[in-house]
Design a protein. Structure first.
Length: 423
């Protein structure tokens, strides 16, 4: 059965287009059932994130045009709004693409781990909607297994390559387990939100979000079971913070040396890890001179990120070798399915022949015939019946000069020159 991956992503389409083809979670089940009902589509799954929307289809006929038409119709878009941005990966290329996506090799941030979880959500949604069959179901499981192998056997995800992830990774290096730690995030923009998300995933103990806009601080903090404060409240809470990450648009520092010194005294000089990812800086540079303060700026993190990106690129080359092998393995399995129906038909026919001969043999035994003679006759009759049609076809092939059929029969039955009676 042919496979098709059909979609668009951050490389092929601007965000204005990507956001118009997103499938919200509450609509996904209905969309999957509609897609699986499209002419030529037999199995279906949908991956929809902020960076990509992809349709994974198992086909029983030509379906590229109908799938594109369905996507346009579902989102009420014209042809010119979608077609210039889509890509299509059939069969072998579809398998390769899915594995590369799951392993983070096709992500905006090379090797990022979140996409594997998003693919697992897509798989579960298709299972719940009843739109997965044996091919796509097996492909998803194979994809997850290979992605795990790549993360285990290469360093693709070992080094942080985003500012937020790098900051949290450094915090883990300093403190180890974060579950007993408190983090203060100053600002409420994208970088702070991503840092909060990573801290939450690493089971941070407490989260405090400080922002000039109290509503934004409370909204972001509440999503991750933290609490929000105003910027002027920072001096009252900073002594609680083991980790401080700042990213505001303030033209002047929001944290001065004096405030941090007082916090250290209140903490009895327990270490504080501080990351200033704002430009211009949010934390006075002199803070870095204080004992028990680990202060990193965005430049410090960028140096780490560039080194780690090179490490991930080298790991990606190793990952591609793994993918080459695993794509071949999966396609071998798909091709083997072509023989399944023939094997079943052949086995069924031979079992029918066996049953017919057994009925005759049992009748002879009930009539008191010598069992040894019955067994001998059963073996002769069964052999003759099973070989009658193949022998007839081989003789015909010989008379017609069809040597390919004869060679195939020798390979099928494992015959060598030593098996020939005249040799």
């Amino acid at each position: 059965m042919p496979l098709l991956v059909f979609g668009l992503n951050y490389r092929t389409a601007p965000v204005a287009i990507r956001e118009r083809v997103v499938f919200p979670p509450e609509e996904l089940g209905g969309a999957l059932r509609q897609l699986s009902a499209v002419r030529g589509v037999r199995e279906a799954a949908i991956l929809s994130t902020c960076n990509r929307t992809e349709l994974y289809c198992g086909l029983n006929g030509p379906a590229e045009g109908p799938v594109l038409e369905w996507l346009r119709s579902y989102h009420r878009l014209g042809s010119a709004q979608v077609e210039p941005f889509v890509y299509r990966h059939p069969d072998h290329a579809a398998v390769r693409h899915m594995i590369r996506v799951a392993a983070g090799l096709d992500s905006m941030i090379l090797g990022e781990p979140q996409i594997l979880g998003q693919m697992k959500v897509a798989y579960q949604a298709a299972v719940s909607a009843g739109t997965l069959g044996p091919i796509l179901g097996r492909l998803f499981q194979h994809t997850f297994s290979v992605a795990k192998q790549i993360r285990t056997d290469t360093a693709i995800g070992a080094s942080p390559v985003s500012v937020a992830f790098a900051a949290v990774s450094l915090a883990k290096q300093i403190f180890g387990d974060l579950s007993g730690r408190t983090a203060m995030l100053i600002g409420a923009g994208e970088a702070v939100e991503l840092t909060v998300r990573h801290l939450h995933e690493h089971h941070i103990g407490r989260l405090i979000v400080a922002n000039r806009n109290m509503e934004r601080a409370h909204t972001l903090a509440a999503r991750f079971h933290g609490y929000g404060i105003a910027l002027q409240e920072i001096p009252d809470h900073i002594a609680d913070a083991d980790i401080v990450v700042t990213s505001t648009a303030s033209p002047l520092p929001v944290l001065g040396k004096g405030t941090v010194e007082r916090a250290l005294r209140a903490r009895k000089h327990r270490p504080m890890f501080m990351v200033d990812i704002a430009v211009p800086r949010d934390i006075e540079p002199e803070v870095g001179d204080l004992p028990d303060i680990y202060l990193y700026t965005i430049d410090d993190l960028q140096d780490v990120i560039q080194e780690n990106l090179q490490s991930r690129r080298e790991a990606a080359e190793q990952a591609e070798e793994i993918i080459d092998y695993q794509v071949s393995r999966f396609m071998d399995w798909v091709r083997s399915l072509d023989a399944v129906s023939t094997i079943r038909a052949c086995r069924g026919k031979m079992e029918c022949t066996r049953d017919e001969v057994l009925v005759l043999a049992r009748r002879q035994l009930t009539r008191g015939k010598d069992p040894y003679e019955v067994v001998d006759q059963l073996a002769r009759v069964l052999t003759n019946k099973l070989l009658h049609k193949p022998s007839t076809r081989l003789r015909q092939a010989g008379s017609e000069g069809c040597s390919g059929i004869i060679e195939a029969a020798r390979e099928l039955f494992g015959l060598t020159d030593s098996d020939d009676p005249d040799s």
